[in-house]
Design a protein. Structure first.
Length: 114
């Protein structure tokens, strides 16, 4: 089964699509998570990226694209990940984020760099 996030309505550029609370975990907990299937669903977290988090909501199931139509921002203070549209998206389209963190970053992501 292929997972993903799709829109049922048009979305204008700059629109906040989702504000997802996160569960923040320590560096030690990250080592344990890296040994599980959750490894592919967690995000580096914190100014020094010395923590990780699991996003609640749909954030963990957005698929990757190097030409994504959305971007995400980390709000460390509020412990949220905010997803915004980077351009107009038509109803019925899939919403993509770039797993590199910047919507137009073409650096190979971890699962393609192997």
């Amino acid at each position: 089964m292929r997972r993903g996030v799709f829109t049922s309505a048009n979305i204008d550029e700059g629109t906040v699509v989702e504000e997802s609370p996160v569960v923040v975990m320590s560096k030690e907990e990250r080592k344990l998570l890296d040994q599980t299937l959750l490894h592919d669903y967690i995000f580096e977290w914190g100014e020094g990226k010395n923590q990780c988090c699991m996003a609640l909501g749909y954030v963990a199931v957005y698929n990757h694209s190097y030409q994504s139509n959305c971007e995400y921002e980390m709000d460390f203070h509020r412990e949220m990940i905010i997803v915004k549209a980077v351009h107009f998206i038509k109803a019925g389209e899939e919403l993509f984020v770039n797993y590199n963190g910047e919507w137009d970053n073409a650096k190979p992501v971890w699962f393609e760099a192997k």
